[in-house]
Design a protein around this ligand. Structure first.
Ligand code: 87F
Length: 546
């Protein structure tokens, strides 16, 4: 195991050891290797700069993407509109934009950073929402809805933490042609909207805990490369805001929620994530500590924050006077948490699993888990094949599998294969004359292209088994790819080299704000500055030789 930070710069060594000692002795988690930290490249001018893509797509009205990019463009199957012009490895940014559009998740919109979420994307969101909503209800969280608009007065109330975010707040200044007397902000998050009412509703210990959640949209006027799902100016999320009598209850909930976020990523989206605690610098300014799940995109070499669960401590309670009287009649301040995950989850899923044929959807979140395609030949019993397709869908649907048949007569089977591959449907079933004669179907997996003939007698069990295997395989492959990018290291030279190689770095860490700023400053340049992701709760096994 890594036991010390040994940055080779002389001036640094002493400082780092000092911090290391300090952290080692902290009361937070004594004896644990809390000083290992995951770093990656910071967003900046870099590998997946998609600003250019957005401009071009907006200009072309969307839908037609055969523009040039440094002579690297490949025009494929232009006549049918099928296929992608860019490969994932050659031009990740263009590939991503094309996949989300051709896969029918996104339509570009005429306001930069805003996107239309089409039913194919929303159905994924709804499946995750159904799971998460049921889980938080088990925890006695209640849903609510607060207004979209924020008065400048309350927004100012938490000016200390809003300061850094102020440029991203969008304002309504007019109604019709007349200027509003007081401009109104559009919520970028709802602390200031909700907490004045927490102050009103919480009086005594019997009003606690107060656990509210809302499913809504928020607006943050981002300026750096807008990217569908990943960084958009308006996005969908759930935001949970809870208040407790004790810190212990708040601490427990932070981790319960984080576990649900892990579940969404790993068990629904088949994406491995790391649970951990954010650095001082990356902690939400209004909070006490921030935990997160962090995913990794091998193609960009960047980590990406998947979701956050904050313990706010009593900072907001102080600001908004959220007080209560305990059993003994003593006055106290509440302990608060807030937590959120957003439609970013869908973007991470596309980036991790998508391939050169388009989207690859994990069965658990796919609106359609299986598509049945008739493959009639000239003299074949076409009606018999169509009937078999309809019967197959009925059998599978009755068993709870999301299945449909593509019986359109204006497209060839080959065209349909490509179309459903582009949309990422996990399993395709083909039924041709030979299948009909043998009372079987042919199943083709989207994740690895494997073909299996299945007797219609065992259809449901076999299909269920295959969907489970696809789900597991997507996770295993994503984990292998991520793990292959992890570099455990100790020295500054190793750090800089690994950063340039798009690695996910696990390095000893003291968690001092100044040191993190310094690391950022010293890694600024073409490759983009290093950004800390988290101190993993579970310190991963070190590879051999370390
Ligand atoms: C942008 C503009 C204004 C992030 C912002 O993570 C304010 C903010 O407060 C802002 N961007 N944040 C932090 C959000 C913290 C917190 N809110 C509730 C969460 C979870 C859900």
């Amino acid at each position: 195991m890594v036991t010390h930070l040994n940055l080779d710069l002389n001036a640094r060594v002493l400082q780092v050891f000092l911090f290391f000692n300090k952290v080692k002795g902290s009361s937070d988690s004594p004896g644990k290797i809390t000083f290992s930290f995951v770093f990656d490249l910071k967003v900046g001018k870099g590998v997946d700069d998609m600003a250019g893509v957005e401009q071009r797509q907006n200009k072309s009205g969307g839908g037609k993407y055969f523009f040039c990019s440094g002579g690297k463009k490949k025009e494929v199957k232009k006549e049918t509109g099928l296929g992608l012009s860019f490969t994932k490895d050659e031009n990740f940014g263009e590939w991503y934009s094309e996949v989300v559009v051709n896969g029918e998740m996104i339509e570009y919109y005429d306001i930069s950073g805003c996107y239309i979420l089409r039913p194919w994307a929303i159905s994924i969101w709804e499946i995750m929402q159904t799971f998460f909503d049921a889980e938080i209800k088990k925890m006695k969280v209640k849903n609510c809805y607060f207004p979209l608009f924020v008065s400048p007065g309350v927004l100012q109330k938490e000016k200390d933490h809003i300061e850094g975010f102020a440029p991203e707040v969008a304002w309504v200044t007019k109604s019709g042609e007349s200027e509003l007397e007081v401009p109104i902000a559009i919520r970028p998050t709802s602390e200031t909207v909700m907490y004045p009412y927490y102050s009103k509703w919480i009086r005594g210990h019997r009003d606690l805990p107060l656990k509210l959640n809302q499913w809504c949209n928020v607006v943050r006027w981002e300026f750096s490369n807008p990217t569908p799902f990943i960084r958009s100016r308006e996005f969908l999320w759930q935001e949970g805001h809870t208040a407790f009598a004790t810190k212990e209850e708040a601490d427990t909930e932070v981790l319960q929620i984080l576990e649900l976020y892990r579940c969404i990523y790993e068990e629904f989206l088949a994406i491995p994530v790391t649970k951990g605690r954010k650095s001082e610098l990356e902690t939400f300014a209004g909070g006490l500590y921030t935990t997160s799940v962090e995913a990794f995109i091998p193609n960009t070499g960047r980590g990406i924050q998947g979701a956050t669960s904050h313990c706010l401590g009593q900072n907001f309670a102080k600001m908004f006077e959220i007080n209560f009287e305990n059993e003994k009649g003593e006055k106290g301040m509440v302990w608060q948490n807030s937590w959120a995950y957003s439609t970013r989850t869908i973007g991470v899923m596309v980036m991790v699993h998508g391939d050169d044929k388009g989207l690859v959807l994990p069965p658990k979140v796919a609106a359609l888990q299986l598509i049945v395609i008739p493959v009639p030949y000239k003299d074949a019993d076409t009606q018999g094949i169509f009937d078999a397709c309809v019967a197959t869908v009925a059998t599978l649907s009755d068993a709870g599998i999301r299945a449909e048949a593509d019986l359109r007569d204006n497209y060839s089977p080959g065209w349909k294969y490509s179309n459903w591959e582009m949309k990422g449907v996990p399993l395709r079933i083909e039924i041709g004359p030979r299948d009909l004669a043998n009372n079987q179907v042919r199943a083709v997996r989207r994740d690895n292209g494997a073909k299996t003939d299945i007797s219609r007698v065992f259809l449901v069990e076999q299909v269920k088994g295959m969907l489970d295997k696809i789900q597991q395989n997507l996770f295993d492959v994503a984990k292998q790819k991520r793990d292959a990018c992890v570099e455990v290291l100790k020295t500054w030279e190793e750090f800089v080299t690994a950063l340039g190689q798009k690695k996910l770095i696990l390095a000893p860490w003291c968690d001092e704000e100044d040191v993190e700023k310094d690391v950022k400053a010293r890694t600024k340049g073409d490759m983009g500055a290093a950004k800390s992701l988290c101190t993993p709760f579970e310190q991963p096994e070190l590879p051999e030789g370390h």
